[in-house]
Write a protein that binds this ligand. Sequence first.
Ligand code: PLP
Length: 349
Amino acid sequence: MIKIQQISKSKIESVDFDNLVFGKTFTDHMFICHYKESKWQPPEIKPYEPLTLDPSASVLHYGQAVFEGMKAFKDLQEKIWLFRPDENYKRINRSAHRLQIPEFPEKYFFEGIKQLLKLDEAWIKQGEGNSLYIRPFVFASQSTVQATASDEYIFMIICAPVSTYYSGGEINVLIAEQYSRAANGGVGFAKAAGNYAAQFYPTSEALKKGFQQIIWTDANKHEYLEEAGTMNIFFKINDSLITAPTNDRILDGVTRKSIIEIAKGNGIHVEERPIKVSEIIKAYENGNLQEIFGTGTAVVVLPISSFSYRGISYKTLGTNNTAITLKKQLVGIQYNQLKDSFNWTVKID
Ligand SMILES: *Cc1c(COP(=O)(O)O)cnc(C)c1O
């Protein structure tokens, strides 16, 4: 079904796996599929290489592009596992739909990943923190500066070996009071390329002030806590975990929903509801703000030890027990070291 052209010599020998920078090293092969004449053409896997695009290619002008982020893991028996890949498949099509991009066929998506992983298997390293980051993406490739949805698209999958994402551990964040990530009726729920572009400027301003991320608040009044940078966000107050409900401003994270289920399985009370900035400040003042953490495929679970709001700095109680426990369980399932009672993992063979 997929035409495969293999590399003549792997570049893996030149890669320093002990010093990987996230997302800068890619494996030997890539998957590519063109949408033309109203249909997805037969896909191909070929050596990883630059693309040739017409300067008028629609994506370069109007940003019609969406992507996914997922990981493959290698267990102690050298078996390769994906984590809830069906969720990524459904989500890239939900994102595509919102961006007026044609839906990608399921069989191409899964067969593409499977064949790529088989070819580039040696790039997946065992051991905690090591995985292969898989980046499916699709963009408008028609040669035109006409401001309409493209007639042609390119769907690709590339893979990057990664190790633990943030080396620094805990982070300090700034609560947004001016900028927004997403608005009602917008594309915040989609993994649209442009969502990220719009975050770079506010984030770089926050970095200059010594913060690692921005906590995004609602675009209306900056009253509700929504996401942390490119992660979903959880607050532990009075032994309950609270996270914003998914809606058209919140990305429906696979890590988020997995953490919710694992937490419930541990008997932790979880509330999916709007949460105000004022509520966490009050919890802080009462000594009840136990933990804050972000969740996402790249970081898995990342404790946030302090935040700043209107020039005042606040700290959580700082044990991060829940974040650490939930992360261990999730990672244990991902690496096939703990029993997967949820049936989340998918073996590649
Ligand atoms: C991808 C993403 C997340 C995390 O989703 P996962 O499926 O857990 O990786 C959270 N927020 C935003 C804005 C994202 O783009």
